[in-house]
Design a protein around this ligand. Structure first.
Ligand SMILES: Cc1ncc(COP(=O)(O)O)c(C=O)c1O
Length: 342
């Protein structure tokens, strides 16, 4: 047991996969092998339908987060324009904007949620007139300012992309990440709350964007009206996504219950969520050094890595003053055993 009575297993890294899903996963993989259809088949469609069921918007599976990001950025037409991006994010976010031909303008975060600050977002948008912008839901909760940022973007004609790479399982008054902006883009990389090893998803309400993304992931087929590439997800990967999506609410509930039971009493200086918000708890973030930390969400802000001469005091403060308490999905040993021999 760790302090707070938490089982030691809570602190050992585990992929967010439920062992009870092994038999179902293996059955799906057997079906795929027998089908002779290893790509562009019914399992990708089933994963997209399950994701849409959870997320509430049409979903397009991609081979990675980058594929989803590039599809959204190309659709928005950012080449030769500016894109706002929080500096407190993974380098993936600004690099995607750069790869799509845009100039990145960094935005400061709030100290309390580590996500884009509306005040700095508005100031940078008015000064730089970007074509598009990112908001990143850092750590698994939803950016506290997302509603104001989205309303501002709608009024100013800025295409808003929600980077939901951390946000599996999250909601704000019942609303899911990716539904405030013009596009939501997800990662299923190996450390994420649910994972396909590698993979991504784009969600959007706009049918034109959904159609664009489907074509973009497939070299621009059928009419080659856009210069897409191969960003397709294969059927085996989609099977992992399908079982993970169906288990996601349970995983989120388990992580939240574990946090309440074993961690919260020891960590009063954690991120405090507004009423109505549920975090997927990709990270459990505290604002003081702790003994058993998995480190920081990010050690170095992107504006520092990329050498931008811009003053982002909250971003620099966050980089120095937060740590992550280990919290990995570890259902009871009996449950885990149930799936072992499948
Ligand atoms: C905030 C954020 N955006 C984007 C990505 C990129 O996701 P992927 O590794 O699936 O390309 C990550 C990955 O960790 C991330 O943390």
């Amino acid at each position: 047991m760790t302090s707070g009575g938490a089982p030691d297993s809570l602190g050992s890294f585990a992929i967010g996969f439920d062992q009870r899903d092994r038999a179902r996963l293996h059955a799906l993989w057997d079906e795929i092998i027998a089908s002779n259809r290893w790509s562009q088949g019914s399992v990708v469609e089933a994963f997209e339908a399950a994701w849409e069921g959870w997320n509430g918007l049409p979903a397009v599976a991609m081979s990675s987060w980058s594929g989803a990001a590039l599809a959204a950025l190309e659709f928005a037409g950012v080449r030769g324009t500016k894109v706002l991006c929080p500096s407190n994010t993974f380098m993936a976010t600004p690099l995607a904007a750069q790869a799509a031909g845009a100039e990145v303008v960094f935005v400061d975060c709030n100290r309390h949620d580590l996500c884009a600050s509306f005040a700095d977002f508005e100031a940078k948008a008015l000064a730089h007139r970007p074509r598009a912008a990112f908001v990143v839901h850092i750590g698994g909760h939803i950016a506290f300012d997302v509603e104001r940022i989205a309303a501002f973007c709608r009024a100013e004609g800025i295409f808003l992309i929600e980077d939901c790479a951390h946000a599996h399982g999250a909601s704000f008054n019942g609303r899911r990440p990716g539904t405030w902006g013009d596009a939501g883009i997800w990662s299923f990389a190996a450390t994420k709350t649910i994972s396909t090893g590698e993979g991504g998803m784009l969600v959007a309400a706009d049918e034109d964007l959904v159609g664009f993304a489907r074509s973009y992931r497939d070299y621009g087929k059928p009419d080659y009206a856009r210069a897409g590439l191969n960003l397709r997800m294969n059927e085996f990967t989609a099977a992992l996504g399908l079982v993970g999506t169906e288990r996601m609410e349970e995983i989120t509930a388990w992580k939240n219950a574990a946090a309440r039971e074993w961690l919260d009493a020891d960590h009063p200086d954690r991120v405090q969520l507004p009423p109505g918000m549920v975090s997927g708890l990709y990270k459990y973030i505290v604002f003081r050094p702790i003994e058993r930390s998995t480190g920081k969400v990010y050690d170095s802000p992107c504006h520092r890595i990329m050498g931008h001469d811009v003053d982002l005091p909250n971003t620099d403060w966050v980089a120095e003053n937060h740590w992550c308490v280990p919290l990995y999905y570890q259902p009871s040993p009996e449950r885990a055993e149930e799936g072992k021999d499948a």
